[in-house]
Design a protein around this ligand. Sequence first.
Ligand code: MN
Length: 239
Amino acid sequence: MTNIPKPDPALLEKLAEANRILYDQSIVDGFGHISVRHPASPGHFLLSCNRAPGLVTPDDILTYDFNGDLAVPSDKRSYLERFIHSEIYKARPEVGSIVHSHSQSVIPFGVTGQRLRPVFHMSGFLGSGSALFEIRDAGGNTDMLIRDSGLGRALAQSLGQQNCVLMRGHGSTTVAPTIELVVYRAIYAEINAKLQLQAAALGPVNFLNEEEAALAAASTEGQVVRAWDLWRGRIGPLS
Ligand code: MN
């Protein structure tokens, strides 16, 4: 329990920056979170304590195991929905970072059972379409929150091999290999949702097909640092 290597301070700083970028970009508000897998201990992950993402500092970052329990003791409160992260890391070894948000434009899709599909090259990561999670199938009538490992596991099963899962009546969860990429995908999932709604109002939509989506994702995501530097320049100093 205590022999987990201390995470690199630069990683804690980057995770705090990612929290603030997601707030600045209106992907999270007082709620929502981003985590990163512990690079030196792949069975653990790093996630802020229970705090609004726009206020997170490196000192707020806690270390969890895949049961959603604190692996390094702390007096700070945990997010209720940390099981989203623990169960997806367990199910998807290649996932290095996860965003959970309630960003507004994806909500109409979840409640109508429609998938997000890539309307332009920036959202090629959506591939053949987002996954959809129905919490009623997993837990009956609930407060819609992923409060335990069982609900987290059901969410991870719904996500399957996709990069984004819509959560009916709640929000969405997006995954990627790195912090920079998951921030990119969370931002562009929201933008894609807006554009898809606009396009659908005009007529039948000609989405990127799977091959186009994969080619576009490889091109745009290879340049993610350019966007990251821009987003990072907008947030204030971490304190
Ligand atoms: Mn939530």
